[in-house]
Design a protein around this ligand. Structure first.
Ligand code: UD1
Ligand code: UDP
Length: 383
């Protein structure tokens, strides 16, 4: 930062920003910010992807036309959180020390990529900006390891971009200085607005050709580590039972690429109206949310996206770090017990009043201008 002298004049140097991400949700939520920084004359913006996810990350990079400057390409099948954490720690350090030392390193959310990149920056005394800061469940094992990752990033970061006032309050309780917290909205709303449209034509997509769009659509995603094993078995069994009983619905499940999940889904889903498909590109997926009757998910991002499209969400978890949409009535946390999941889905299908009361377009996550607020803040750091 600061100033350089050129031809006797003072020219302001650009602020050097390195955005680091590695998984699908981080990429979706960082993409609009990266695009905005690319076009900003005061910012020298570079992108480092860790490749914690490979195909699911590359698909997002392609949609948003982002060419990373650095790619650690770390993914291996069946990777552990120790694998990710150690490879990212060394890989990001190498870039900072040998290739591009930023004035600010941005990470997003709560993945192991984000935590480890923030730690790497801290070791090199590079200030960290945390996008999507301050989400908390209060339980360090749920979501696991994400709750601990985001708490640790909160301690490592200098600047905190919180989607909501509630997220800011969580940070204040952890004694983070109010001056360094900016409430921005969630950048996922910026991304969602950029890809959804009313007249979206699903028929041109090969990966959706087996879906019967004359039926009502229930959209399912399920991938979280704390649900692996018995909870996920119960979730799948309950949903399969619903599918068998309510054949007028088509349950569309783009299965996460984790081989353990692919295998369990193959075992448990016997109903022919559960359509297991490969992960969808974000453009198709976002528009499929808009087309669905309702959503079943343990995903974080979907709890933010679906409410803004007026779609009820039943959360297949025991808690949520996103209470705003629960308070607004669009999202309900239904736990992971088989009977309860079955009853809650049945209730939403059969009870019109319940459905109508949940199907409200509410959007506690911002006006789609979150990235502008973050960019303006970053520019204000130029001295
Ligand atoms: C990670 C994040 C989680 C986030 C999720 C989003 C951590 C610890 N977890 O979990 O917070 O919600 O991403 O999806 O950071 N795979 C592929 N291709 C891909 C992506 C994954 O084959 O494009 C397979 C690989 O075998 C990989 C496995 O999925 O080893 C698991 O991926 P990993 O990033 O370790 O965990 P996620 O469950 O995806
Ligand atoms: N998503 C997608 N294709 C899919 C499933 C999900 O593009 O097949 C998007 C979804 O819209 C959301 C994000 O991926 O923006 C959520 O990612 P994921 O569920 O993997 O992670 P989480 O949000 O739980 O961290």
């Amino acid at each position: 930062m600061s100033y350089i002298v050129k031809n006797g004049d003072y020219h302001m140097k650009k602020i050097k920003v390195l955005s680091v991400f590695g998984t699908r949700p981080e990429a979706i939520k960082m993409a609009p910010l990266v695009k905005m920084m690319e076009n900003n004359k005061n910012i020298d913006s570079k992108v480092l992807v860790t490749g914690q996810h490979r195909q699911m990350l590359d698909s997002v990079l392609e949609i948003f036309n982002i060419q990373p400057d650095f790619d650690l390409n770390i993914m291996k099948h069946g990777q552990t959180i120790q694998d990710i954490t150690s490879k990212v720690l060394y890989g990001v350090n190498d870039i900072i020390v040998n290739k591009f030392r930023p004035d600010l390193l941005l990470v997003h959310g709560d993945t192991s990529t984000s935590f480890s990149a923030a730690l790497s920056a801290f070791y090199e005394k590079v200030p960290v900006g945390h996008v999507e800061a301050g989400l908390r469940t209060g339980n360090i094992y749920s979501p696991y390891p994400e709750e601990m990752n985001r708490k640790l990033i909160g301690s490592l970061a200098t600047y905190h971009f919180s989607p909501t006032q509630n997220n800011k309050n969580n940070l204040l309780k952890e004694n983070i200085s109010e001056n360094n917290i900016l409430v921005t909205g969630n950048t996922v709303i910026d991304a969602l607005h950029s890809v959804t449209k009313n007249d979206f034509d699903f028929s041109i997509y090969e990966d959706l050709k087996n879906i019967n769009f004359d039926k009502k659509i229930i959209l399912l995603t399920c991938h979280r580590r704390e649900n692996w094993g018995k909870p996920m078995e119960d979730i799948f069994e309950a949903i399969n039972k619903i599918a068998l009983e309510y054949n007028e619905y088509e349950i569309v499940y783009p299965v996460h690429m984790n081989p353990a999940i692919v295998q369990l889904a193959e075992e448990k889903f016997t109903a022919n109206n559960v359509k297991r498909i490969k992960p969808l590109e974000y453009v198709e997926f976002a528009n499929l949310i808009a087309k669905s009757d309702f959503i079943l998910t343990d995903s974080g991002g979907l709890q933010e996206e679906a409410p803004s499209l007026g779609k009820p969400v039943l959360v297949l978890r025991t808690e949520t770090e996103r209470p705003e949409a629960v308070e607004a009535g669009t999202v309900k946390v239904i736990g992971v017990s088989k009977d309860k999941i079955y009853e809650e889905i049945k209730n939403l299908i059969t009870n019109k009043n319940v459905y109508d009361s949940m199907a409200n377009a509410v959007n506690p996550y911002g006006d789609g201008h979150s990235c502008e607020r973050i960019v303006t803040f970053i520019e204000s750091l130029i001295k």
